[in-house]
Design a binder for this molecule. Sequence first.
Ligand code: NDP
Length: 621
Amino acid sequence: MEIAPVVKQIIGEIDFDPDALHEKYLHERDKRLERGARSYKEIAGELSHFCEDPHADPNFTRDPINDEVDFLLIGAGFSSLVLGARLRKAGYTAPSNIRLIDAAGDVGGTWYWNRYPGAQCDTEGYVYMPMLEDTGTMPTCKYPYQPEILAQANRIADKYALRENAMFQTSVTGMAWDDKAKKWTITTDRGDNFRSKYVVMATGPLSKPKLPGIPGINSFRGHTFHTCRWDYGYTGGSTLGELDGLKDKRVGIIGTGATSIQCIPHLAASAKELYIFQRTPSCVDLRYNKPTDPEWAASLKPGWQWERMVNFAEVLEGIPDVEVDLVNDGWTVLYRKAFGPALKKAAEQVGRKLDREERSQLLELYDYQNMNRIRQQIADIVKDPKTAESLKPWYRQFCKRPTFHDTYLQAFNRPNVHLVDTDGLGVEQITPDGVMTNGEEYKLDCLIFATGFETETSYVHRAGYDVTGRDGRKLSDYWANGLRTFFGVAVDGFPNLFLLGRTQSGSSLNLLYGITRQIGHVVHMITETEKRGAASVEPSAEAVQNFLDDFWAHKRKADRYWAECTPGFFNNEGNVDNNNGFFADSYGGGIRKFFNNFQEWRDSGDMVGMKFAFATEGTDS
Ligand code: NDP
């Protein structure tokens, strides 16, 4: 790398060789792409036991329901709960108006399923946990644990009567638009066949667990489960740890992503022996969790939470006019060094804006510096030099979700904890007695899969059912070559259907921020439809195309950064051009611009581009 003079002036002397690091990163990537079997197995058929709900009554039965509601919200996680609350506030107060449906036994979404020990909000709870002011709640600490977060989901459901008409332990099997009745007909795996005027799909981005495509996966004779279906009946203890059932057990865990970082310290403290099978180490920085300061909490003024959510999103985005960093944590410090604010500071230092190449060089050098600091921190904390070396991440910081934890690295200093570094290859075989890798068999009593969630398959595949719109149009066909939406929330040919989540939206680390903004617009569209006495609303094909023209022009590009990453779900396992990937439908122009555009459309009045239909007429605009 020929460092530009202005970059040298900003960064000063460097004590590392950027070219050597770059080479090392590429080598680590290539090794994984060439050697690692990166295939995954869908949890279905003989593997379906991995998806059974350990928290719900397995004998639950009920009669099929054939009624009608105004709103069906698919998914009972925070997206649906916040939307349900907003609809209640907008006047839909009868319990029967709103139905939530979820395969889970209760509300909570990801926080219902992910109860593994140590499960914790890895962004600040004050910005992540929704509706704190509405429910008069304050998290007990900056990064609260799962029980507190699930309790907040329950609080919202209770306050806004969202459980009364809900269907739990029920999965949608299909959905079709009846253009005569101007209603959706929904079928489920419990034989229900009911109607709803509106349907909102709030299908989370990380809701379908997956298993690695390792031979022999179903042959293991010991106890096994996925982290998002933690079996406390076997391990004992709770989300807070103390896993007494493991004290005489040899436990193996496959995967070292954000989930493992949180549960490994508890497994380490409880298991007789713990074997951690690592393909690629996570980048782990320190968390510095702390209790909520009651004086600070008492000083907050009404509206504080939304102000903080906006501030967090905009600081992470590096918006130059955002001077104050209210959250001020590992994430904001990291983003400030990695993106816009770093460039702004640099420009101030040298009295001019840096050109494209200079900006890219500066950020790359900052990244090497930061990763060197993290690698050094590992060497300082982990006593065994070989283990410390294996735990060092060799990639740019955002290739994988950065993680933070105060006791993960320390767990490797326990004599009962064994890191099995597969050097990028991954576990090769599961045997009846354990795990085979590096030519050695590790005998285990219990094998835990911390192998994440489906992200690279299509939206419809992940939802688990297809949607048939007007004139028999199938969502799976319509989106076969990529998503087509209006601001990510509505689809032409699919009247009265709305989407929440990562379907062509501005994305932020704090998912709840983008979702809350989407919800504001969806509720607006619904209220406008009702105000007009219309039976249905949908965007015109032209409005969708206009939106897409701008979206594609600003789409996050599969640039050098992602192409050079070690594979993982952030870069679609190295398949950077995959249209279905986790970031494939993120707006690259930034979340502020995305939602400003949405607001501008809304402020222009009259629901431009939306088509309304009235019960006895055809579609009208
Ligand atoms: P990930 O997909 O991030 O991790 C899966 C892990 O399994 C990786 O370490 C992967 O290795 C490993 N793996 C897969 N196959 C094999 C194999 N054959 N042999 C060995 N290892 C294998 O899933 P997580 O559940 O950890 O995290 C998913 C996401 O969930 C996070 O990124 C985050 O967005 C979210 N999350 C959020 C939390 C919060 O508090 N808000 C907490 C926890 C998770 P490799 O890296 O090589 O692919």
